[in-house]
Design a protein around this ligand. Structure first.
Ligand SMILES: [Mn+2]
Length: 371
């Protein structure tokens, strides 16, 4: 205890920005927060809350930008992406939520992202996933992790930060990003402008906000919207539903996360919807890649893919072989499977490239205040 108070005292008087800088460096180097006492963590959480608080539920961000899907506490994967493509603020990032639960380092992942948000509010944008809701992260790992590492009171303060996360972001004027999907409760930009960030478990579960965090696309017969039976919440949306939505809002592409994808990304509906999932080897028992998506200045889309990091042992040799087999068909060989694998533009399906080839907006895009 004496040690801890000395550590706090040692840095008495340092600014929140200096503290955030030090925390980023420590997390990147050691992957833990042991050098920081609870008071310092609360300082970061309160600053994150006050930084996010003025933001509307829908952000306007500009490209070039790199979009990151579910991370789920996989700190090493997040750092591998940064290593492969660059760190904030040099590279601008939009995160689509689900920072916590499932993986072992939800605390460290969320803290690292909050520190980046505090230091570079215009280069790091954070959206809310369904796991940044109390009823989810109470049950799927984050609560236990934090109770073990810091105590249950800090988990409560975390909910105050999560409540301030925006729900969606428009990139330029052609792309809309969210964690889950689209909603039949949305007919215009006015719906988005009127949208409030939900701050109770009840308001997380209703209207447009629940679909933004929970909805899934479906290739089934459902052509518009139907109940999302698999998740027992929100909706599934089909191509026709998406077409109407895109047309009404003058958009070309929806980027969402929320579902595991074998290659880390997955296009649907004639490249009008893409899923980006960034946690490779999800939960330790899935053999999926993780990917992040780059949107260039001219709306060209490309991906950086991470293969799951897995070391063969006598116990898991069969699954390692299976994984290797799965990735045979991938388009580019990776010189180092544990580093980012950059697909060349020729190898990447081009959903929306270049901007002139995008489906032209039918309605005139509405100006939305930049963040
Ligand atoms: Mn999710």
């Amino acid at each position: 205890m004496i040690m801890e108070s000395q550590k706090g005292d040692l840095y008495e008087g340092e600014s929140v920005d200096q503290l955030a800088k030090r925390m980023i460096e420590h997390l990147l180097k050691w992957g833990v927060t042991d050098a920081f006492n609870d008071k310092q963590i609360y300082t970061i959480l309160e600053k994150a809350e006050s930084t996010l608080n003025p933001l509307p539920a829908m952000l306007q961000v500009e490209h070039p930008i790199t979009i990151v899907g579910d991370i789920h506490g996989q700190l090493d994967a997040l750092i591998r992406y940064f290593d492969a493509v660059g760190y904030p603020p040099k590279v601008k990032f939009l995160f689509l939520g689900d920072y916590v639960d499932r993986g072992a380092k939800s605390f460290e992942v969320s803290l690292l992202l909050f520190c980046y948000k505090i230091r570079y509010p215009h280069s790091v944008h954070l959206l809310r996933g369904n796991h940044e809701c109390m009823k989810m992260n109470r049950l799927y790992g984050f609560y236990e992790e934090l109770a073990r590492k810091r105590g249950g009171r800090m988990w409560r303060q975390y909910q105050n930060v999560f409540n301030e996360l925006p729900l969606c972001a428009r990139v330029g004027q052609r792309i809309l990003c969210m964690h889950g999907g689209i909603s039949q409760n949305c007919n215009s930009w006015e719906s988005f402008k009127a949208l409030k960030k939900p701050n109770t478990p009840l308001t997380c579960d209703e209207g447009l906000q629940v679909d933004l965090m929970w909805a899934d696309p479906t290739q089934d017969k459902c052509n518009t919207f139907a109940m999302n039976k698999q998740r027992a919440i929100s909706v599934v949306f089909g191509e026709k539903g998406l077409d109407v939505f895109l047309k009404k809002l003058g958009l070309s592409l929806i980027v969402r996360a929320h579902e595991v994808s074998q290659e880390g990304f997955n296009f649907l509906f004639n490249k009008k919807c893409v899923t980006v999932f960034s946690a490779p080897y999800y939960c330790g028992n899935d053999t999926n890649c993780g990917a992040i998506m780059h949107v260039s200045e001219s709306y060209e889309i490309s991906f950086t893919v991470l293969r799951p990091r897995m070391i063969a042992t006598p116990e898991n040799i069969e699954i390692v072989k299976l994984m290797e087999n799965n990735y045979k068909g991938l388009r580019v060989a990776s010189p180092d499977p544990n580093r980012g694998r950059h697909l060349q533009s020729a190898d990447v399906p081009k959903p929306t490239a270049p901007s002139v080839q995008l489906v032209p907006p039918v309605t005139k895009p509405v100006e939305i205040k930049k963040q």
